[in-house]
Design a protein around this ligand. Structure first.
Ligand SMILES: [Zn+2]
Length: 345
């Protein structure tokens, strides 16, 4: 997916410049970003995880060089690279540990990308980097602190307080997709293997599972007609049927929102952030569609019902605004943070 943002010209951009690398299981995106979060150039290529970590690091280095050239800059004009990656990881050591999306186990990714790019690299968890992107130049740009939930196959999460990414002691901080919302013995099993986590109820995977269960239990739905034609069940199909008036589809979407509202309140009662923001592939059209507006309204309704009154009144609950750009922008943003911190020292 190409960047949603308009590219800024070299003349209009403000130095120093940073390269943001968004490493995913499917694609690698690289953006050259200026001091104000404007993008000068952008590249994407397939990750091809089977080629291994060393080859991936080499190609990320090449992409940084190519994007720098496209931005009209020289290699020496880039102050630092930010790299956002799926985990698990050890951030201080710059290591990937067991990143199941990549399969690059026990790989010293930070130093290898730094070697190929010829630049210092700041390493971050991808969900935390995306949260920092939204905090720096997206929905959270007026916030002092925020939580971002990224809704997709799983639920990613990042917490930003001040200019601090909450990585935690063991690089496992901000894993709010795995907060426990159901402690009953028959709770749903999460993608991580543990029962009762938010992700087991409100990820795209969970939405499909809950829908399949309802259909198997005999719930009437226009989805059954489409599935009978050999189509695969997807969140998009559920959204389309919900918009067309199918009761079960709408119920599934709104129940998902209610679970997320419960998750949001847990974070509000933990850190009292300026805002809780929802992004990712499964946001039902966000503000652009009736269903997206109802989804957000249902999250807010649950927050109103369950949060402390002061927080219910004051905490912003909204959609993210950077789309697929949040990852590389946030990665560039964390590189920028480290650049300025090193200057102060
Ligand atoms: Zn989990």
């Amino acid at each position: 997916m190409p960047p949603q943002r308009t590219l800024v010209s070299r003349q209009a951009a403000r130095p120093p410049f940073f390269a943001g690398v968004d490493l995913g299981g499917t694609n690698i995106k690289v953006g050259i970003v200026d001091d104000q979060g404007e993008t000068l150039a952008w590249l994407s290529q397939a990750t091809e995880t089977e080629r291994g970590g060393e080859d991936g690091a080499r190609r990320m280095g090449q992409m940084v060089h190519e994007a720098t050239r496209q931005a009209g800059l020289a290699p020496g004009d880039i102050a630092r690279v930010g790299l956002g990656s799926p985990g698990t990881m050890d951030i201080p050591a710059g290591m990937l540990l067991e990143p199941h999306n990549l399969g690059w186990f026990n790989f010293p990714i930070r130093d290898r990308v730094s070697h190929y790019a010829g630049l210092p690299v700041t390493f971050a968890n991808d969900a935390n980097a995306a949260a920092y992107g939204e905090y720096w130049v997206g929905t959270g740009r007026e916030f002092k602190s925020m939580v971002l939930f990224t809704l997709g196959t799983g639920i990613g999460c990042g917490i930003i307080i001040g200019d601090l990414l909450v990585d935690g002691e063991n690089s496992h901080g901000g894993e709010c997709g795995h907060i426990i919302i159901d402690q009953r013995p028959n709770a749903r099993i999460c993608g991580c293997g543990q029962p009762g986590h938010l992700e087991a109820y409100a990820s795209a995977t969970a939405v499909l599972k809950r829908t399949e269960e309802a259909l198997a239990a005999g719930r009437r739905s226009s989805l059954a007609t489409r599935l009978a034609k050999g189509k695969d069940l997807t969140p998009l199909m559920i959204a389309e049927e919900a918009e067309a008036g199918d009761e079960l589809s709408l119920e599934i979407v709104l129940d998902t929102a209610a679970y997320l509202g419960v998750g949001a309140v847990t974070l509000m009662h933990t850190i009292d952030p300026s805002g809780v923001v929802f992004g990712g592939a499964m946001t039902f059209g966000e503000h652009r569609t009736e269903l997206g507006r109802r989804f957000l309204a249902r999250i807010r309704e649950e927050v109103q019902r369950r949060a402390f009154p002061v927080l219910a009144a004051r905490t912003t609950i909204d959609y993210a605004s950077l789309g697929g750009d949040a990852g590389y922008l946030g990665a560039a943003g964390v590189a920028r943070l480290e650049h300025y911190r090193k200057q102060v020292k």
